[in-house]
Design a protein around this ligand. Structure first.
Ligand SMILES: NC(=O)c1ccc[n+]([C@@H]2O[C@H](COP(=O)([O-])OP(=O)(O)OC[C@H]3O[C@@H](n4cnc5c(N)ncnc54)[C@H](OP(=O)(O)O)[C@@H]3O)[C@@H](O)[C@H]2O)c1
Length: 303
């Protein structure tokens, strides 16, 4: 019988247990409190208790924090939702500079996020992108001070290479708990560039951003013939029709089936799609299916 890959429903992010499907708030700004509350409640109903946001999400006329303000309003109206959430936010993107991860800026950014979110602690605080002008000592000092002051519980990184992760970890006397790379059948770099290897080496959870390629791995998307998208969608469609689910659910299953403690950050703003995302756990993805999707993504057989 064909081997079916195990897709766990929950995993650990440092000390926190969270659903492997998680909810991302990048596209959240502009939502009414009622609609934002419905999205968070639906996410929690399918077990997606990790809620990911960032100071930069919803950047606009009011500056940073557009998406955090909406989430803060949701929590203000329904404080129990905060207690049910593993709350992740990020700092360090600073238009137009573009990046600033010096300790003073990380601390100021975290304090502003706490105020906007109406909470007294961030569960997992991530450096959004590597700031090439901040030394690892400076970044580590910022994270260590925030943690010692009880403003963050745990720390991690996003869009860091494996060497950048190791360099930062070497300056900290507590373990990083998360790495957040782009990872999907359209973004397979983490499989080959050391991102998923260092995560397993150091025990980091992996929060995969844009697991549906920002909407390109969905039934509504028509790819150009001969492209990576077209190749991947053709394989996803065959599996989706066999499994009686959507191509998006197969793409999520593919991301979650990797053994590096992967969480998939779904970004849909549609409540029915949030709910349907849980079908990813029903997909019976064989080892052959998984490699077929990878071969389509590579555009070449495995060596
Ligand atoms: N760390 C970073 O640098 C970074 C960067 C980007 C994102 N992120 C995180 O990752 C999260 C997810 O990113 P993402 O929003 O790009 O994720 P995604 O799930 O890959 O894409 C979401 C997009 O796909 C569309 N979509 C989803 N299902 C669909 C379906 N069945 N049919 C048609 N369209 C569908 C959504 O539209 P609808 O809303 O209409 O469903 C939305 O526009 C973000 O919220 C953020 O938390 C992190």
């Amino acid at each position: 019988m064909t081997e079916v890959l195990h897709i766990p429903r929950v995993g650990m992010i440092g000390p926190f247990e969270a659903g492997r499907l998680a909810y991302g708030c990048w596209r959240f700004a502009g939502s009414s409190v009622e609609s934002a509350t419905a999205k968070i409640e639906t996410a929690l109903e399918i077990g997606a208790n990790l809620v990911d946001t960032a100071a930069i999400y919803g950047f606009g006329a009011e500056g940073l924090g557009g998406a955090e303000r909406v989430l803060g309003a949701v929590y203000a109206q329904a404080p129990a939702l905060r207690d049910r959430t593993v709350l992740v936010t990020k700092a360090g993107i600073h238009p137009p500079v573009p990046y600033d991860s010096r300790a003073s800026n990380l601390i100021a950014s975290c304090e502003a996020s706490l105020a906007r979110l109406g909470t007294d602690v961030i569960d997992v605080f991530l450096i959004h992108r590597p700031d090439l002008l901040a030394s690892y000592d400076e970044v580590a000092e910022g994270l260590a001070r925030l943690r010692a002051d009880g403003k963050i519980r745990e720390a991690g990184v996003s869009n860091f290479s494996h060497t950048q992760i190791r360099a930062l970890q070497s300056k900290l006397d507590f373990p990083l708990v998360a790495s957040q790379p782009e990872f999907s059948p359209l973004a397979i770099g983490p499989l080959e560039d050391g991102t998923l290897d260092v995560a397993q080496e150091l025990g980091l959870s992996v929060m995969a951003w844009s697991p549906l390629g920002g909407g390109r791995l969905t039934a509504g998307h028509t790819p150009e013939a001969g492209t990576q998208e077209a190749r991947v969608l053709a394989v996803l469609e065959a599996i989706a029709s066999r499994e009686n689910v959507g191509v998006d659910h197969v793409a999520l299953a593919w991301v979650l089936a990797h053994p590096a403690n992967v969480f998939a950050l779904i970004g849909t703003q549609n409540v029915a799609r949030i709910e349907a995302s849980a079908k990813a756990f029903d997909v019976k993805l064989s080892r052959q299916d998984w490699y077929d999707i990878l071969v389509a993504a590579r555009g070449a057989e495995m060596p």
